[in-house]
Design a protein around this ligand. Structure first.
Ligand SMILES: NC(=O)c1ccc[n+]([C@@H]2O[C@H](COP(=O)([O-])OP(=O)(O)OC[C@H]3O[C@@H](n4cnc5c(N)ncnc54)[C@H](O)[C@@H]3O)[C@@H](O)[C@H]2O)c1
Length: 323
């Protein structure tokens, strides 16, 4: 059976997902919804018989869809998800799922009530290195972790505005927070310090902090710090290093894993495409009702989002926030 998929968002990632989907068997990319009909029609053009819309209601009324991918900036969530829940159409939503607490809380409640199949774009969970780390951690005790997202500022206009993206920790470093939760369990408390070093004076309209360090306590008793900057040229590293009772596990954004013990160093290179694995898991769930391959549902993404929002609150008040 061919699944008809609609895309919301006509930017970089909506197109990226649409291209990957269009190469899969029995998938038809049928519709795009964007901020203008013109942009949506242009995005739809490469896909046979796909149509463009500027309203989610119009798209869902006009085309019978089996699934929708939501690839919009953090500020633009809400209406789309609630319309899909109302019509019972499964969705995959790109991270982060919002930039505040209220909108994702309302969506999470509606999703839970409906029992809808959902997936969130935390693709680090689908990397082979992550899978390997999960296996190794079954035999080890994770003591603490250090996480990083050290890079430059993305070019899109909304990213540099706190009311557009929520800032780097919410928008980008959320991947590392999610990885920490996936590998080491729930976070119970956060304390954050953010700063504005150079980006606001260097570029027009920057209202996001450009450095930050967040200390996290976990339910297991482990602790972590996750740091980020969007102020360095060319970028440095993004990843999570886990210190265990039997060596260090270093996960990088390339999906590889280094297992460093006192006298051995084992390196696992990632061979898979995590976005493809994420798509397959979601589409398999829609076809069969078996959601077991989906590694991040909306409900799970909501827990990660709450940690990043708590970090923003802590940075603002100067006080630790308990979750
Ligand atoms: N998982 C990943 O590795 C990854 C990588 C890149 C981007 N993303 C996420 O994907 C999302 C989109 O990022 P992008 O790089 O494609 O941004 P982008 O700016 O290139 O595109 C966003 C699109 O959303 C559209 N849009 C805005 N408001 C809308 C609304 N209310 N309804 C419909 N469309 C609307 C814009 O017109 C634009 O076409 C972000 O949340 C980002 O974090 C995830």
């Amino acid at each position: 059976m061919t699944l008809r998929v609609g895309m919301v968002g006509t930017g970089w990632f909506g197109r990226m997902h649409a291209e990957k989907l269009s190469k899969m068997d029995d998938i038809h990319v049928s519709a795009f919804c964007g901020t203008s009909k013109e942009k949506a029609e242009a995005a739809a053009l490469p896909f046979n018989d796909a149509k463009g819309y500027d309203s989610i209601t119009e798209m869902l009324d006009d085309r019978k869809l089996d699934a929708v991918y939501i690839c919009v900036p953090p500020f633009a969530h809400g209406e789309t998800e609630l319309a899909l829940v109302e019509r019972g159409i499964p969705f995959l939503v790109e991270k982060p799922i919002g930039l505040d607490v209220e909108t994702p809380a309302a969506i999470a409640e509606a999703v839970e009530r409906s029992g809808l199949i959902t997936s969130a774009g935390y693709h680090f969970r689908y990397m082979e290195g992550t899978e390997r780390a999960r296996e190794l951690l079954k035999e080890r005790t994770a003591l603490m972790a250090l996480g990083y997202w050290m890079g430059s500022m993305p070019g899109v206009y909304w990213w540099r505005k706190i009311d557009g993206s929520g800032g780097q920790f919410v928008e980008q470093t959320t991947h590392i927070v999610d990885l920490l939760r996936y590998l080491m369990g729930e976070v119970t408390e956060v304390y954050a310090a953010y700063g504005n070093r150079i980006m606001a004076s260097k570029e027009e309209g920057v209202t996001v902090p450009d450095v930050g360090t967040v200390t996290l306590k976990l339910a297991s008793g482990a602790v972590a710090t996750i740091s980020n900057t969007c102020g360095i040229q060319g970028g440095d590293r993004a990843g999570l290093h886990i210190y265990t009772d039997q060596g260090v596990l270093e996960l990088g954004s390339d999906g590889g894993l280094k297992d460093l013990r006192s006298n051995t160093k084992t390196e696992y290179l990632s061979g898979n495409d995590p976005y493809q694995a994420e798509n397959e898991a979601f589409l398999h769930a829609i076809r069969t009702g078996d959601t077991s391959r989906i590694r991040s549902s909306y409900a799970d993404a909501w827990l990660t989002h709450k940690v990043t929002i708590a970090a923003n609150q802590s940075a603002e008040t100067g006080l630790p926030v308990k979750l």
